[in-house]
Design a protein. Sequence first.
Length: 129
Amino acid sequence: MPNLDRWSPYALGLLRIVAAVIFLEHGTQKLFGFPERAGGGAGPALFSMFWVAGVLEIIGGVLLAIGLFTRPTAFVMSGLMAAAYWIAHAPRSPFPVLNGGDAAILYCFLFLYLVFAGPGAFALDNRRK
C-alpha cells in the first residue's frame, strides 16, 4: 500500500529502538542483576564468556537504541546472538521452543536485517551523514 510506504523509516526506527532497549535488559540483568535474575545468584565471573556477552549487550543495546554506528553494531550483535544460540541453546535441544533460544534467533535475524536496512528514523547516524 503506497500510503504506508512513507511510514517505513519510522516503523524501522521504532523496531530498532524497542528491540535495542529489550536487548539492553539482557546485559543489565547479566552484569547488574537488574531486572533480578531468576533464582537470584551472583553475576558472571569477570571476563567469562557470559560476562563478555553482557558487556556487548549493554554497549550494543545503547548504540542501537540511539542509532549510532547502527550497521556495524548490528553486525556484531547478530554474530553474538548466533554464537549464543549455538553455544548455549542448541546443545539442549534441536527445537528452539524447547531450548529457550527463540529470542536469540529472532535477535540474530533482526540485527542482520538492520545491517542491510540501516537505522531508520530517530537515529544519530542520520545526523552524521
